[in-house]
Design a protein around this ligand. Sequence first.
Ligand SMILES: Cc1cc2nc3c(=O)[nH]c(=O)nc-3n(C[C@H](O)[C@H](O)[C@H](O)COP(=O)(O)O)c2cc1C
Length: 240
Amino acid sequence: MTRPSRVLSVIVCGAGPAADAGKLIKLAQQRGWTVQVIATPAALAFIDITALEAHAGSAVRSAYRSPGEPRSMKADAVIVAPATYNTISKLALGISDTYALGILAEAVSLPIPVVMLPFVNTALAARHPFRRAVGQLRDEGVRVLLGPGEFEPHPPGTGGQQLDTFPWQLALDEAERLTHNELREADPTAAPQPRRTAELPVLDQGGTAARHRVRRSPHRALASAGPPGAPAPSQLDRCR
Ligand SMILES: Cc1cc2nc3c(=O)[nH]c(=O)nc-3n(C[C@H](O)[C@H](O)[C@H](O)COP(=O)(O)O)c2cc1C
């Protein structure tokens, strides 16, 4: 079977915007991506599985496959949207108790972009564990779109009014930019991909505005170079 040129894994968590995940699928497909959808168990209550499967043309996965079932496609980029307080916090701690977290636990170490677009209110976003989690994930090279000009937390109880403005496109733009930059590292002759803005202000761990650089984590460098005796990234079972 011929592998599609670019595969995007969209991980959907259990928050209001999940009901509109079809918007991201459509947008990505218009830009030439093949999309596969992974839902957390909590997200299943928010999404129309049949509609998403029809959009994506493949099954929505929320659990590990049974032995003998076909594997998912290897992803060239991963977007988590909406990313919940729960999944962001657990990913930073290394917890892998859902299929979605299992995919993410591995993807963070691989040389593919992982972009998280949170949907949290100000009460959740203010928690120290959450702020720590965002900082830790950024240190590992995850692009967390949180802060001015990106996703900005809303007052508790107002989430329902924010659904129409959830910035799906931002996540896709960023995944595309980072994917292009990964390719550039492999092929320096490829044209550079400009940032959406010159610099993106985001909240640092202390909640103050800071300038964000996309960091390349030591783990990613390790995955690219390949530790002694380890399989090359292309041999890894990247998205089971
Ligand atoms: C109606 C409803 C709305 C919710 N909205 C949010 C939300 O906006 N952000 C969030 O982080 N969690 C929200 N939650 C809570 C999550 O669904 C819950 O923490 C769940 O455990 C998340 O699991 P997941 O991260 O595996 O998807 C909401 C729950 C319900 C029932």
